[in-house]
Design a protein around this ligand. Structure first.
Ligand code: G6P
Length: 609
């Protein structure tokens, strides 16, 4: 996610901003910039790449001044580039802003502002806000009022730091659904998207809540709600060290990322759900193109390949196209049948995985159309694909993928619905029903996360398990694949995912007293069958944990423990059923004393074969 730092005080702002941004480097970024007021103008210096590049640019071009804002960008709208980097200024450089979050209605606002004569220099959603604030500012010359008017027009998420050339004695901050804190100093104050950025200067923090904005001066901090009424806030005194501050108070990045899922899934899904259908800006496939496609391959590695498996089950069932889901390391060497009537969908968090990239290039060379589902904007896979779906999970730091995977599942749901609608296989009524359910998914994930303590207790109970099976049918089988991989990756526990119906063709021979079996039971029409398979393993002494939809009494009866997830549309259960598996693997790994974020022998991005 992007990082924000702001300063107003008596000391030179440049080094405070740069040092603050360095403390946010762990969040991941692809470009950086700062803006500082020098008693005349607000000067901006920004660049693509690392902070070291920015420091190089500033060498010999020191920005004077004691009030400024800084930013590290993780690209979402527009590739990483100098002109897309923050801060962004209004056309006359009067208003300068930094932003973290996603403005969902930026296209409408952009069109409106272009009509009014504003010229845009970047492809970002953020630049819209700088022009919008200026547009209101020119009416009243009141910066705070202008920011308040502007944010009332914004849909989506934002953390904002705003400077104005005419009002150099104040810095405005505002937030909704993206983190922003204010640090209280002595004759100096700070803003930041995260505590580590300012911990060196102060430990007294105000945590801005959604819908709050602040006017920050050298000697005062005033916080307001959306009605512009003053909000009295307690100071939060931070006694964390830098390392735990980076993890937002969580013990590991993995746990932090698990808990970020409601927000990032919301960011990935909601802006794309319109009343008329799924809006996929970077996907240009139309009905004619689809009529020519007679086969889809879904190709990826690791966790992303399990998202493909979900995609396959959904696409075949709702769009009625034949789909083959396959790991990239196999696909690339077995001479699959590819031509201009083939669509190849590759899925990758990093966008740099060697086998996935090779598969993409091979498919393109054979004339196939390639769609990529990618998290990193501007990555190799994103650059080479014909159509792109960006997951908006933000940077993922733990090696084991959690939030990126949930966003990949979100992508599978939207792509399946989009293709089904284009092919006339999904009616608008069916889409609307799906859309309502998709919109409630973030809250449902939140409800599952509330069961954290119960899942931790289960993990402690089964910490000594040496062999664990995950069984399910249909979409639940895909969930099993990911649950089993998580347990292997971070807890180093041997586990096998099995299609429940295959158990009796071999693996059931391995079941003995106390073998742990997870049963995933969320597909109503297959439940009875999976429950029969669970009875078979129970009869051979297994201990059973089921993950089932609320109210499934049969599943509860056959299990030693049941973890309930909220009911939802049949297409969407995988994203919910997977969350308890993440928490279970996490707590087993912690209990066994492993390095959760950096498991042995594994790399986050595998750029070699
Ligand atoms: C590595 C990571 C996995 C990831 C896989 C594919 O093995 O450890 O978490 O699922 O690569 O990575 P990608 O970036 O292509 O999604």
């Amino acid at each position: 996610m992007c990082g924000i730092v702001g300063y107003i005080g008596k000391n030179p702002a440049q080094s405070i901003l740069i040092e603050g941004l360095k403390r946010l480097e762990y969040r991941g970024y692809d470009s950086a910039g700062i803006a500082i007021y020098n008693q005349e103008d607000i000067n901006i210096m920004k660049t693509k790449g690392r902070l070291a590049n920015l420091e190089e640019k500033l060498d010999g071009n020191h920005l004077e001044g004691t009030i400024g804002i800084g930013h590290t960008r993780w690209a979402t709208h527009g590739a990483p580039s100098d002109h897309n980097s923050h801060p962004h200024a209004s056309h006359n450089d009067k208003i300068v802003i930094v932003h973290n979050g996603i403005i969902e209605n930026y296209m409408e606002l952009r069109d409106e502002l272009i009509e009014k004569g504003y010229a845009f220099k970047s492809e970002t959603d953020t630049e819209t806000v700088s022009h919008l604030v200026f547009d209101y500012y020119k009416e009243s010359n009141d910066l705070f009022e202008a920011v308040m008017k502007a944010i009332k027009r914004l849909e989506g998420s934002y953390a904002l730091g705003v400077l104005c050339k005419d009002n150099p004695e104040e810095l405005i901050a505002a937030r909704k659904d993206s983190p922003l804190i204010i640090g209280k100093g002595d004759g100096e104050n700070f803003i930041a998207s995260d505590i580590p950025a300012i911990l060196e200067h102060t430990r007294d923090i105000y945590l801005l809540e959604n819908g709050e904005a602040a006017v920050i001066k050298r000697d005062s901090i005033e916080i307001f709600d959306m009605e512009e009424k003053t909000v009295e806030k307690e100071i939060f005194h931070v006694d964390w060290d830098i390392a735990s501050a980076e993890k937002g108070g969580y013990d590991h990045f993995m746990l932090k990322e698990i808990f970020e899922q409601p927000q990032v899934v919301k960011d990935t899904l909601l802006p794309r759900l319109t009343d008329k259908g799924v809006q996929l800006d970077d996907i240009n496939l139309n009905k004619e193109d689809l009529d020519k496609i007679n086969k889809i391959y879904m190709v990826a590695c690791g966790t992303a390949s399990y998202a493909c498996l979900v995609g396959k089950y959904l696409l075949e069932r709702v769009a009625r196209v034949p789909v083959v889901a396959e790991v990239a390391s196999e696909f690339r060497y077995r001479e699959p049948i590819l031509d201009e009537n083939t669509l190849v969908i590759v899925v990758s968090q990093s966008g740099e995985t060697a086998d996935t990239l090779a598969a993409l290039r091979m498919a393109k060379d054979a004339g196939a159309r390639v769609m990529a589902v990618v998290n990193v904007v501007g990555s190799s896979i994103a650059r080479d694909a014909d159509d792109i779906f960006y997951t908006l999970a933000g940077p993922e730091i733990a090696v084991a993928s959690t939030k990126a995977y949930s966003c990949q599942l979100g992508a599978m749901y939207l792509i399946a619905a989009h293709i089904a609608i284009l092919k006339g296989k999904m009616s608008m009524e069916e889409y609307k029903e799906l859309k309502d359910e998709l919109m409630s998914i973030p809250d449902k994930i939140e409800k599952i996360l509330d069961q954290q303590d119960a899942i931790k207790t289960l993990a402690e109970e089964y910490i000594a398990a040496k062999n664990v099976f995950y069984i399910g049918r249909g979409l639940d089988f895909a969930v099993c694949m990911e649950g089993s991989l998580k347990l292997k990756e971070i807890a180093y526990v041997h586990s096998e995912p099995y299609a429940a119906g295959e158990l009796k063709h071999g693996p059931i021979a391995l079941i003995e007293d106390d073998t742990l079996v997870f049963g995933i039971v969320t597909q109503e029409e297959l439940n009875e069958k999976t429950i029969s398979n669970l009875k078979e393993v129970k009869a051979r002494g297994a201990s059973i944990i089921t993950i089932a939809l609320e109210g499934n009494e049969k599943a509860k009866k056959i299990s030693d423990h049941v973890i309930y997830v909220p009911r939802t549309h049949w297409m969407l259960t995988s994203i919910l059923a997977n969350i308890p598996q993440q928490l279970f693997a996490y707590y087993v790994s912690v209990g066994l004393g492993h390095d959760v974020d950096k498991p042995r022998n594994l790399a986050k991005s595998v750029t070699v074969e």
